[in-house]
Design a protein around this ligand. Sequence first.
Ligand SMILES: [Zn+2]
Length: 602
Amino acid sequence: MRQRLLALLAALVLAAALVVARRWGPAPGEDAPQERWLVRLEPPASPAELLGDGRLTKRRALRAHVPSTLSWTLRVPPAARLETHLAFARRTQEELVGVTCAVRVEIRPEDGTTRVLVERAVEPHLGWEPYRADLSDWADEEAVLSLDVDCASRPGKRTWSDAVRWSVPVVSGRRPPGLPNVLLVTIDTLRADHLGAYGYERETSPQMDALARRGLLFRNAETVQSATWPALTTLHTSLYPSAHGVVWNGHELPGGVPTLAELLHSRGYSTSAFVTNMKRARHRGFARLSASTAGEQAADDREAALAAIEQMREDRDRPFFVWVHLISPHADYAPPPPWDRAFTAAGEGSVSGSIEELVRRRLEGRPLSRTERAHVVGLYDGEVAFVDELVGRLLGALASLGLEGSTLVVLTSDHGEDLYEHNDYPFHSPSMYASSLRVPLIVAFPGVLPEGEATDHPASLVDLAPTILGLVELPVPSSFQGTNLLPGRALPAESARTQLFSETNGRIHGLSAGGFRLVLNPGGETPGAPGGAYPIAAEELYDTAEDPGERRNLAPHRPELVASLSAQIAEWKARRLRGELPPQTIDPETLEDLRALGYVVD
Ligand SMILES: [Zn+2]
C-alpha cells in the first residue's frame, strides 16, 4: 500500500513538475526538447528538504519509507549521467542494527525491460553514499527511472516509515555545442570604485581587471537593497525585494517564484552553489549547495573557491551553472597575510577592523580619526585583493579546463559599503546611497560580447537573471521584473533601462535616474543599524554627477524635480511592489549567524 502511495506521489511530483515547466517554459511555438528530461529539484507537491551530510555539501533530498520505490519518467538526453545519493535517517540507524539493505537503481527504457544500473547491499549509514550511472545507452528514449530500497529480510514483512533520504536525482547530458556554461561570481560587500577596472588607484584587483579586459563592464550598476539576502534573492528571481518578499536577511523566498537556477536546471544544466554568506537560505534550484564551514571568512572563501573549481572539473562535459558567493570584503575587515599589510601598515591607528570594535566606537559616539578610517579602508582593500586572488583561481581553472571560450562569466556584488561616507557608518544596510548601492558588473562571453569595453548604460541586479537567460538563449518568464540588458546578445545603442530603483525595510524607496538620486522616507522613519540609528531625511535629492559623494541634499531647492522623480517611484511601487508582505519569522540558528555578521540590532 505504502509503495503504491509512494509511486502515486512520485507520479504527482512528475506531473506537477511538467505543469510548472510548461508554465515557466518557452513561449508558444518555441522548440524545447530538453523540457522532457526534466527531473525537477523542488517538486511543488513534495518540497525537497535541504539536507547536509555533516560535511560541506547539502543536497536536495526526498524522504522515503523502507521498503519503497521512487520513480520518475524522463527523456534521456544524449551521453547522460545519473547522480543521486542515499542516506539513512539517524533514528533508523538504531532500529536497523545488523540488518542489510538492498539498494537498486533501475531504468525501464522503451522496450519495457528493466535494467539494473546499480545494485548494492549496504548497512544503514548516516552520510550520503553516491549512486552514479551511465545512461548513454538509452539516449533520446523515454524511460522510467526507479530508486529502490528494501531492508527487510523478507520483502514486505516490515516497514520503517520515513527511514531514508534520496538526493533528488540529477540527470544531465553532454553539453550540446553552442550551449554555454554559466559561472556567476558574486562578492559580498564589494564596492565598484575600489577596483582598478573602475578607476581605483590601488592595485586591489588585477584578476578582476583582467576579466574586464575580456568582457563588458557596466560602469553604472546598482543593487536594489544594501542587504545580502534581499539583493541576492533579487539577482536570482528578477523581482524587487518588496515583490519577492525577502526584505530582510533571514527571510525565506516564498514558493512559486521561479529562480534562475531552477530555470537553467529545467533545461539540463547541472546547478551548484558555493556560498560563504547567506548560508542558511534554501537557494532553490541548486542540486548541490555547499555552505563552507571553516568558520572564518578567508578560509571559508578559499574552501568555496576550491570546491567550485572541483565541481567545474567534474561537470566539464555537461552544461553547468556554478554560483560562487564569497564573503571576504564583508566586516570583520581582517585579510589574511600578506593582504593585511598590503594597503595599511600593521598597527597603524588604534582601531581594528572587527565588527565588534567598529560598532562599539559608533555606539559610544567616538568617531574614527582620519588615520583610523584610512586604516579601516586599507584593511577593506586588503580583503578585496585577497578575494581577487580567488577570482583569479576560478578563472584560471576555467582556462586550464579549456572552458574559457564556452563559459559565460558574470561577476558582481550584492551591495557596496559606506566606509564612513554617511552617518559615520562603516557597513552597508540600510544605506540608500551610492557608496552601498553601486556594485561592479562585468560580463564576459568570448566570441559573443565585446571584449574590453565599458558602458554607461544603467544596470540593476534585477536585470541579471533575464540578461543571463538571454545570453544562453533561453526564454525569460513573464514573472521577471528586470530587463535583458543585452537583447540579441549585444549591447544596444540605447540603454535598455534608464531608472535604477532601490529600497530598504520595504518602506524607504530610492531612484537614480538622469544624473540625480532621490530617496523618499515618507514615514520619517529612522532605520536602526549596528552601532546606532542611521538617519534618512523624508526627502533627499542628490546631483550624482556634480556631487558623487551625495552630500548636498538639494530636495528643498528643487521641488519640481523631487515631484517628478517621486511620481516615478510611486508608479514603480504601484506596478512592481506588493503593498503587504506575508509575515516572516527567522529561525534561531539563522538569527545567530546574522548576529555574528553584525546584522541584528538589539
Ligand atoms: Zn552582503
